[in-house]
Design a protein around this ligand. Structure first.
Ligand SMILES: *[C@@H]1O[C@H](CO)[C@@H](O)[C@H](O)[C@H]1NC(C)=O
Ligand SMILES: CC(=O)N[C@H]1CO[C@H](CO)[C@@H](O)[C@@H]1O
Length: 178
């Protein structure tokens, strides 16, 4: 029995690994990764982003806010799960691999919602200073991608899991009836 995989999902898992690793590096290497830091050259585009989202900027860093690195630490766990999924699904071809991918996507989704909810409940304290246009193009669209895509992945892999659990339960009940 082969693992049921979806090319676009595996591709997304694969492509997000370096993107997120870069992001984790930025967070953990602050302040050296920030504007003026000796390692900032690795994270040049964050010069803009650190002023759009203060979770990534000086206000959080200076106040010793732990949220930035805490969410980053969860990213490390998700990255490991994502790599594990790709390995189990495509290399060892272990059918239950789907469970790992599903769990990881649920983690990503819930962490991203927490990130947005934290903004909402603090009165947009880290992003409220931006113009609407900046907010849409530099925060809502890029971050929204991490809500939309994991939602579709949870639904897709969830459906695959439901299907195999139904098959499993049918085959075990038909064995009992024999
Ligand atoms: C892991 O995979 C999810 C998709 O389920 C993706 O949205 C997320 O960015 C990936 N996480 C990391 C840390 O690579
Ligand atoms: C009012 C305003 O525009 N604040 C910030 C929003 O984001 C930009 C980055 O595009 C910052 O440079 C602004 O200071």
């Amino acid at each position: 029995m082969a693992v049921k995989t979806h090319n676009w999902i595996s591709l997304w898992f694969l492509l997000t690994v370096p993107v997120i690793a870069w992001d984790v590096g930025y967070c953990f290497m602050r302040p050296r990764s920030m504007v003026g830091g000796d390692l900032h050259w690795i994270w040049k585009p964050y010069a803009l982003y650190q002023n759009v989202d203060y979770v990534y900027g000086l206000p959080s860093f200076n106040s010793g806010d732990g949220f930035t690195n805490a969410q980053s630490m969860l990213n490390v766990v998700e990255t490991l799960l994502n790599i594990t999924y790709l390995y189990l699904a495509h290399i060892s071809e272990w059918p239950p691999a789907t469970l790992v991918g599903f769990a990881s996507a649920v983690m990503t989704l819930s962490k991203t919602i927490l990130y947005w909810a934290q903004e909402y409940f603090c009165g947009y304290c880290a992003i409220g200073h931006n113009s609407t246009q900046d907010l849409i193009f530099l925060w809502i669209i890029p971050n929204g991608l991490w809500i939309v895509v994991p939602t579709v992945i949870v639904a897709t892999l969830g459906k695959d899991l439901v299907q195999s659990l139904h098959v499993a339960s049918k085959s075990s009940s038909s064995k009992k009836n024999k």
